[in-house]
Design a protein around this ligand. Structure first.
Ligand code: ACO
Length: 204
């Protein structure tokens, strides 16, 4: 069976968690990095499938789900939803790290992201209110699935009225940075260790 792109279904939630971890170290397997295998997925993947399933798409083959693109139409509204319905339970489960920052483990650094959140820079959100994450397992990489998943999400966001989508990527993830530039994303901002890209919609 060749790769196929289809809308997200609730039964794909575990795959979101797994793929998020298996690509979570600048595109490489992060499972040796984190003690808690669900942490990355709690922050970067699961909530998109649960709260914005109409902007979540997966690529699968006979082995199962091999990648996803997940988006939020309105990043401010999405963050407000998570503030009500997602972060509180996680904060109970994962107390804020109290030790000095220099002693934080990789798990502590992700747990800290559960606290003091904001949807992002106001000017960025005005022009590019949507945002996304994309992750493919190695077997699905390099054959056009990334581009196809992006176009599928761009169409869904544009049809829902979004004027633009942004994303943040670690500067160490040079493969993803090259991919975003190649498919037409504009470099909007650079922070220490990360780059923000944007794409105006509709995309043609
Ligand atoms: N530099 C230049 N061009 C590139 C690069 C690169 N590093 N990577 C891909 N391209 C080009 C391809 O040659 C292709 O060109 P063409 O269509 O003109 O022939 C085009 O980009 C599309 O490439 P795809 O094959 O669709 O790319 P792929 O399926 O591998 O998807 C992705 C790219 C999403 C980065 C994938 O490799 C991946 O998931 N990697 C691991 C996880 C990851 O790093 N995710 C990003 C995290 S950041 C975030 O989610 C916001």
């Amino acid at each position: 069976m060749p790769f196929r792109i289809r809308p997200y279904r609730p039964g794909d939630l575990d795959a979101l968690y797994d793929i998020c971890l298996l690509t979570g170290d600048s595109g490489q397997d992060a499972s040796g990095l984190y003690e808690d295998p669900k942490l990355l997925g709690h922050v970067y993947a699961a909530a998109y499938g649960i709260f914005q399933p109409e902007f979540a798409f997966v690529v699968d083959d006979e082995l199962g789900v091999a990648g996803y693109v997940i988006g939020a139409l309105d990043s401010r509204a999405f963050e407000a939803t998570l503030e009500r319905e997602w972060w509180p339970n996680l904060r109970e489960q994962y107390p804020r790290p109290t030790k000095p920052k220099e002693d934080w483990t990789p798990d502590d650094r992700i747990i800290n992201l559960l606290y003091g959140r904001s949807a992002g820079d106001e000017a960025l959100l005005d022009a590019y209110p949507s945002h996304l994450h994309i992750d493919l397992l190695p077997r699905a990489q390099g054959g056009g699935n990334g581009r196809k998943l992006m176009h599928t999400l761009f169409d869904a966001l544009a049809r829902a009225g979004s004027p633009g989508v942004h994303l943040g990527v670690g500067a160490r993830n040079t493969r993803a940075v090259g991919f975003y530039e190649h498919i037409g994303f504009e470099r909007l901002a650079e922070k220490p260790g990360s780059i923000v890209f944007g794409m105006k919609l509709p995309f043609d």
